[in-house]
Design a protein around this ligand. Structure first.
Ligand code: LUZ
Ligand code: MOS
Length: 758
């Protein structure tokens, strides 16, 4: 089945928040944010702005009836700064005006006086000054300390990865409207409708039951709307509460880029030790996560970094420590992979470093240390269903890694100005929210008397195709034409207490809840048919909307049966609930079984570098991916391609830049480069691994949202490989992104001794 949204998207008919027809009298909110990254607010003068015609009011912390607090994990973030500001772009007030344009004009008329304080932008500096979001955490397996002396080779270094702007095509926004009795309905571009509802209730000091959050779809989220869609929705709702008028808050692109957090930059140390036969004996790593000025989701992101510190390798002795460092940047947040990619970049850097010094190819080290069934992850889970060895052989048999290496070496020996490079990037990604209680979902299914079906779940459609998958599940269980199923908006009054659509788990969790609801309804209908035929429910089958009894086709159709059930006063509505079995995690011991299963894969990346200009072009990325049994190849292949290219962007061109005053320099699309059609690899080949799939996955179709992003990490090491072919003296810096500028510097960098000689 094709993505059910495809037609609406390409014809421009899909509805996003800003497309919802506005009610007469709708007002528009524009955020006034801190110009400085750290300081004490001495005074703010709104008087000039308030006199601008069309400005209705300006809301500040003083207008908040409940708590001025939006922190989800830790209550450390105000909706509107009251006394101090902690990052440039921190909201201080909401200007409500008759139009956005007037709001923007009014914003220029606000005078603010801030007593500047010391600004920290570097996570290591924050850690030294004890500016931490929460105490550090350490995952340990075996005994690294006593392992080093047994190692034949030990390598140490530093690896840094930069942040990443989500750049969802639809910017953050919400539209709130007043209902009777002071109730409020919010249309929000959020991955977490319940988060919006909960925080709005807290700030507005009203029951969650009085706030309805509705989500039709998002123009992209990528994690950026897991937590950070909330403040704009709360602001709009506050405007409604105070003015009793509809209020829309939609961020302009530059406001969105300045005000919101991004992927966490990390600076990390590693030490890796090998036995004589190049088995990894010990690995120590310390992560310095740049959390920004408030916790947001940073503690959970940091945890996922620890969970993925060893990527696809078995290492018997591991010590991984992570610091979530408080800096004066916008609070960084969820971004596809959620800390996992940052952890994996470090071990891949350690392996690249080791390979370089040992004079072997990095892929030999990778292959030599792949995780196998029965191995223990540093967090205690025992690996099972590991597909890595099979995936590796599949890659070798389909694409002959050694031949690729030989060809590239031959190419490089016969070309001086252009060089090729390659890399392999294995991925092992844990599926489940690492916070066990979040792994639950519900679905509400109505069968209407005409036989058509309405489905509500907690899943938010953000372009990933989850609605298509939900529709498929419904149609499959009922054996119904998919056209007869409607996917409703995600709404907190129909499905309550939802986890955000995140962690690659949305289709699994909501799909399983939906499967249960549909199965229960089906059983009810079968019982009804059995009654009618004087048979038992096990004798009844429904195939393509026709009822079969004891294998015989009957003249009862789906519609007839539904109506029959209704007339017999049988309930045609069902609520399904799913909670992932078996998973657990003990944070005191830092051990448990946090993941329902893992997704595995391997990418082979080939690149050509123009050694005169420092530019590069990806020739191909070949991927062997463990989909389980994909329930929708076109949706899932789309996720692989998108994730790959987004990962390549993070690793090679997207360069977030703040100055030392905490001001965002890469603040627009002219200064921040994301991959476009020209930077996509010429060839992307995706080979699904032949496998049985996993029962914990919906219809055995494994989670596919986040894992492919990490294939993009291979891009960094493929470039390195090509640069070294041109300049054998190139010193790896392991500081992503590997931009064209850095490529050029790397190509012409000379060794310390040559520098002295010349
Ligand atoms: N969000 C979250 C996530 O709250 N917990 C997670 O474990 C997670 N993992 C990936 C992406 N978002
Ligand atoms: Mo996400 S990073 O799964 O919101």
């Amino acid at each position: 089945m094709k993505n059910i949204d495809a037609k609406g998207h390409v014809t421009g008919k899909s509805i996003y928040v800003d497309d919802i027809p506005t009610i007469n009298g709708t007002l528009y909110g524009v955020i006034f944010d801190s110009p400085l990254a750290h300081g004490h607010i001495e005074s703010v003068d709104y008087s000039k702005a308030l006199t601008l015609p069309g400005v209705i009011t300006i809301l500040t912390h003083e207008d908040i009836p409940g708590e001025n607090q939006i922190g989800g994990i830790i209550p450390d973030e105000e909706l509107f700064a009251s006394k101090d500001v902690h990052f440039a772009g921190q909201p201080i007030a909401l200007i409500i005006a008759e139009s956005n344009q007037i709001g923007f004009e009014a914003r220029k008329l606000i005078d603010i006086n801030i007593l500047e304080k010391e600004v920290i932008v570097d996570p290591r500096e924050a850690q030294k000054k004890d500016q931490l979001i929460l105490p550090p955490r350490t995952f340990e397996l075996g005994d690294t300390e006593n392992s080093w002396e047994k190692c034949a080779h030990i390598f140490e270094g530093q690896a840094d990865s930069n942040g990443q702007e989500h750049l969802y095509i639809e910017t953050q926004g919400a539209y709130a409207i007043p209902l009777e009795n002071g109730h409020i309905r919010i249309s929000s571009s959020t991955q977490g409708p319940t988060a919006v509802q909960r925080i709005t209730a807290r700030v507005l000091n009203m029951g969650m039951n009085k706030i309805e959050v509705d989500v039709v779809r998002l123009g992209g989220g990528f994690g950026g709307k897991e937590d950070q869609a909330t403040p704009w929705a709360v602001m709009a709702a506050l405007g409604v509460q105070i003015l009793n008028k509809p209020v829309k808050v939609i961020l302009s692109r530059m406001d969105d880029m300045r005000l919101t957090g991004k992927r966490h930059p990390y600076s990390s140390d590693y030490k890796i030790g090998f036995s004589k036969d190049l088995k990894i004996m010990a690995y120590e790593t310390t992560f310095f996560q740049n959390a920004g000025a408030a916790a947001d989701l940073s503690p959970a992101v940091m945890e996922r970094t620890l969970f993925h510190a060893t990527n696809s390798y078995f290492i018997p002795n591991v010590k991984a420590t992570a610091y979530s460092c408080k800096t004066n940047l916008p609070p960084n947040t969820a971004f596809r992979g959620f800390g996992g990619p940052q952890g994996m970049f470090v071990i891949e850097s350690a392996l690249a470093h080791a390979a370089q010094e040992l004079g072997v190819s990095a892929y030999q080290l990778q292959k030599n240390n792949l995780l196998k069934n029965g191995n223990e992850f540093p967090y205690g889970q025992i690996a099972d269903g590991v597909e890595l060895t099979k995936i590796w052989s599949e890659m070798e048999s389909k694409f002959d890694i050694e031949a690729v290496e030989k060809e590239i070496n031959y190419f490089n020996s016969s070309n001086t100005d252009i060089k090729k490079g390659f890399s392999l990037m294995p991925v092992t990604f844990g599926i489940s929210f690492t916070k066990t209680p979040m792994n639950q979902a519900r679905a509400l299914v109505h069968i209407y008397t005409d036989g058509s079906v309405g489905v509500s779940t907690g899943a938010v459609e953000m372009g990933q195709g989850v609605n298509t998958k939900m529709l498929q599940i419904t149609a499959q269980v009922f054996s119904l034409d998919p056209k007869r199923v409607r996917l409703e908006s995600t709404n907190t009054t129909r499905v309550a207490n939802t986890s955000p659509s995140a962690a690659s788990s949305t289709a699994d969790l909501n799909g399983k809840a939906l499967h249960q609801a549909c199965s229960a309804l089906l059983e009810r209908l079968k019982n009804c048919a059995a009654d009618h035929f004087g048979a038992q429910s096990k004798d009844i089958e429904i195939k393509s909307e026709t009822i079969y009894c004891q294998g015989e086709r009957t003249d009862i159709r789906w519609n007839d049966l539904v109506l029959m059930a209704f007339l017999k006063r049988i309930c045609l509505t069902e609520n399904g609930h799913y909670a992932t079995p078996r998973i657990n995690f003990n944070m005191e011991k830092e051990k448990g079984h946090p993941f329902a299963y893992h997704v595995y894969g391997l990418a082979l990346t080939e690149i050509t570098v123009d050694c005169i200009r420092g530019t590069s072009q990806f020739d191909s990325v070949k991927i062997v991916h463990d989909f389980g049994k994909t329930m929708n190849p076109s949706v899932d292949f789309g996720q692989i391609e998108g994730g790959l290219v987004q990962g390549i962007g993070w690793m090679t061109m997207e360069e977030i830049s703040y100055n030392d005053k905490g001001q965002l320099l890469s603040n627009s699309l002219s200064t921040y480069k994301v991959p476009d059609i020209y930077s996509v690899p010429k060839d992307v080949i995706i080979e699904p691994l032949k496998t049985e799939g996993n029962d914990m996955a919906i219809l055995k179709s494994k989670a596919v949202g986040e894992p492919p992003l990490m294939y993009g990490i291979g891009a960094y090491f493929a470039i390195e490989n090509a640069v070294r072919a041109f300049n054998p003296n190139f010193n790896s810096t392991f500081d992503a992104p590997f931009t064209h500028e850095k490529i050029l510097m790397g190509l012409y960098e000379i060794s310390e001794s040559e520098r002295v000689d010349s």
